[in-house]
Design a protein around this ligand. Structure first.
Ligand code: NAD
Ligand code: TYD
Length: 359
């Protein structure tokens, strides 16, 4: 028998590329601020420019601990500002694009800002990436672009090859952003990668989203408005697992590819709500059943086989009940933050969204 000497295959680490100058859009929001902190903790050589328009959902102070970091620069600006974006992209070797209008209920009330930022803003960035020619562009996407699964659907979860069937204006505009990223890769050869992640939880989430909304309501002795029958299902992933997955795809993902990211942690809203109430030692009577969200997607679930097998990523921080309890505790310990973000403007939104909805 003749032995053939083979060159060993490079392991995944050797295939990965380190990016040193990141343009992070939306870095003052929930996931973006966690990501910037995560990058400085895990990639000390990195420089980050954070471009954020500071909309209602963002707080510069979310990154107060990073502000004076010598490798950090905050730019207050809009991703639709072509001149600004063109200039910033030439200073970077990768773009991690978080900036978005992100709340489904607001997109039902008024879809226009969603089209402006999630579609036109993404196009502006991609055009600048095309002009620059050298940057890697990571489009931070959502599982909501796949539409919904039925509760009894035997499918384990959405795969990257599933059709896009967005059901609300938020997910429709996110799907448009993903498709633009795909098209810029195919037509112009821009080095794009797309991630599609399930629902995130963790610190610094704006309290219009269900977990921080319910925690902060309970801390204010207010009831929690549960939509419809409460049986809708979401797959919950800790925000730091998401940040880790994004960095993994940025460094190891293949150009033009899509990677689903999930927590393998499906929970019904009623189960989630009961756990939050229990963690705060309150009564289940604090649940107030309210009118359902129009077009409310029944179930989201992710099949994350591709990222797990090809890029060796899996979640390590999302195990419930502990991870949820830690998140509840973060909001308990940061009530000043909660109060400052739940300001007068938020009260107006709350009244508009929930005021007349109660059954
Ligand atoms: P967020 O609403 O907390 O933050 C969005 C940030 O974008 C804010 O800081 C805001 O000021 C900024 N922004 C909005 N419009 C802008 C504009 N025109 N120019 C510059 N900055 C602008 O959102 P998030 O929950 O942190 O989500 C971040 C990204 O992750 C979004 O693209 C969202 O679609 C995606 N995503 C979120 C989840 C989730 O569970 N939150 C899950 C999957 C994917
Ligand atoms: P949300 O946090 O808005 O995320 P998404 O719609 O992007 O999944 O909502 C999560 C789930 O919680 C969703 O099924 C809707 C439900 N929900 C309520 O029952 N009541 C609420 O007040 C909110 C904001 C959400």
């Amino acid at each position: 028998m003749q032995w053939v000497k083979r060159t060993p295959l490079p392991d995944q680490e050797e295939l990965s590329r380190l990016y040193k100058k990141l343009l992070v859009t939306g870095g003052c929001g929930f996931i973006g601020s966690n990501f910037v902190r995560f990058v400085f903790n895990s990639r000390p050589q990195c420089h980050v420019i954070n471009l954020d328009a500071l909309t209602y959902a963002s707080f510069k102070d979310n990154l107060a601990d990073i502000h004076d970091h010598p490798q950090y620069r905050f730019v207050h600006g809009d991703i639709r500002d072509r001149v600004l974006v063109d200039q910033l992209i030439t200073e970077c070797d990768a773009v991690v694009h978080f900036a978005a209008e992100s709340h489904v209920d607001r997109s039902i009330m008024d879809p226009e800002p969603f089209v402006e930022t999630n579609v036109l803003g993404t196009q502006t960035l991609l055009t600048a990436a095309h002009k620059n020619g050298k940057v890697r562009f990571l489009q931070v996407g959502t599982d909501e672009v796949y539409g919904q699964l039925a509760l009894e659907d035997p499918k384990a979860g959405f795969t990257e090859n599933d059709l896009l069937k967005p059901n609300n204006p938020y997910s429709a505009t996110k799907a448009a952003g993903d498709l633009l990223a795909r098209a810029f890769h195919h037509t112009h050869g821009v080095d794009t990668v797309i991630t599609r992640c399930s629902n995130n939880f963790g610190p610094y989430q704006f309290p219009e989203k269900v977990i921080p909304l319910f925690i902060t309501n309970l801390l204010e002795d207010k009831k929690v408005p549960l939509y419809g029958d409460g049986r809708n299902v979401r797959d919950w992933l800790h925000v730091l697992d998401h940040c880790d997955a994004i960095l993994t795809v940025l460094e190891k993902g293949k150009a033009g590819e899509i990677y689903n990211i999930g927590g393998n942690n499906e929970r019904s809203n009623i189960e989630l709500t009961s756990m939050i109430i229990e963690a705060l030692g309150q009564s289940q009577d604090m649940i107030e059943h309210v009118k359902d969200r129009p077009g409310h997607d029944r179930r989201y679930a992710i099949d994350a086989t591709k990222i797990s097998q090809q890029l060796n990523w899996s979640p390590t921080r999302s195990t419930w009940p502990q991870a949820l309890q830690n998140t509840v505790q973060w909001y308990v310990d940061h009530q000043d933050w909660c109060q400052s973000v739940k300001n007068r403007k938020f009260d107006q939104y709350y009244e508009k969204q929930y005021g007349k909805q109660h059954r």
